[in-house]
Design a protein around this ligand. Structure first.
Ligand code: SF4
Length: 296
């Protein structure tokens, strides 16, 4: 006697599939080549790099790895003419730089049609500074729901400042505000729904939940902090946490991963693992010096 097909169905797998089908792409991922599966070598949005330095020292950070390997990009614009979106910045903490306001102005003038995205750890954002900045989208990193856990992950006692930054941008309805959170099971999986609830209570529009990429030089720090390496690579575990967070906020997961998940059937989603190991983070875009010269 054959097995009835419905017996092989898995209720949890079906829920994951429905969740993935309904999930929207992160606002930040719009226009990124990572969403185009026909592109064999997609590259990230153009970015303006201000500094590889950061006042946080996060246990998972690829920017730290790049600095240690001497591969961090020098300050400047990495992209092309007529960009649809520019990230400030992909490496380091842009608000450390005294040039942030000037660079923001240069980019707005030189690329008036482009969406300008600020990516920051939020710890240095004040009302006064926010009034001088002009971005369309802002992503603030927060990976813990308590001061103690935040200190463990970032090695900086800045939890209250980051929460205040989320409050500042959450109140400003002229900007798309996003809390950016990295999934680190064993370290912060229980924090993620709480971060979602906190961010939503502050008026933040979206959570961008990202899988962890484990760089060789960070592996030991992540192990010591309690990372569950197997669950970190499980798509099912990532989706389960995203479903919890979705109860509070408009959660999205990285577009270049989501675009692949949307093509999978329920049982594949349930069983698939994402390879999360990389040796060295590199910028694949060319530096364009001319944008500075034309504006000085
Ligand atoms: S998460 Fe992926 S799709 Fe989104 S901006 Fe980054 S590289 Fe592009």
């Amino acid at each position: 006697m054959g097995v009835e097909p419905q017996i092989l169905e898995n209720e949890e797998a079906r829920l994951l599939k429905k969740f993935v089908d309904d999930l929207a792409y992160p606002s930040h991922c719009r226009f990124c080549q990572g969403l185009d599966l026909s592109n064999p070598n997609p590259i990230h949005h153009p970015s303006y790099e201000l500094t590889p330095a950061c006042n946080h020292d996060c246990i998972f950070c690829y920017s730290n790895v790049a600095v240690k390997l001497g591969k961090a990009p020098k300050p400047g614009y990495y992209g092309w003419d007529n960009p649809n979106a520019i990230t400030v910045s992909q490496y380091g903490e842009p608000l450390i730089s005294p040039r942030i306001i000037e660079v923001n102005r240069i980019l707005r003038k030189r690329f008036p049609e482009a969406r300008l995205d600020l990516q920051t750890n939020g710890s240095l954002l004040t009302e006064e500074l926010w009034e001088k900045l002009d971005f369309d989208l802002v992503m603030i990193s927060l990976d813990a729901a308590s001061r103690e856990k935040h200190l463990e992950i970032t090695n900086a006692d800045t939890f209250d400042n980051v929460v205040n930054a989320l409050r500042i941008v959450g109140r400003d309805k002229s900007v798309r505000s996003i809390v950016r959170t990295i999934f680190m099971p064993g370290i912060n999986d229980e924090d993620i729904p709480k971060i979602a609830e906190l961010a939503a209570s502050l008026g933040v529009d979206e959570m961008m939940l990202q899988p962890l990429t484990i760089h060789k030089l960070n592996g030991e720090r992540l192990r010591e902090a309690g990372l569950d390496f197997e669950r970190a690579e499980s798509v099912r575990e990532l989706l389960k946490v995203a479903m919890e967070a979705k109860k509070y906020i408009d959660v999205r997961i990285s577009g270049c991963l989501l675009v692949q998940l949307k093509r999978m059937d329920a049982l594949t989603l349930y069983n698939v693992y994402k390879v999360s190991r990389e040796v060295s983070p590199l910028v694949k875009r060319k530096k364009l010096d001319e944008i500075e010269k034309s504006n000085t």
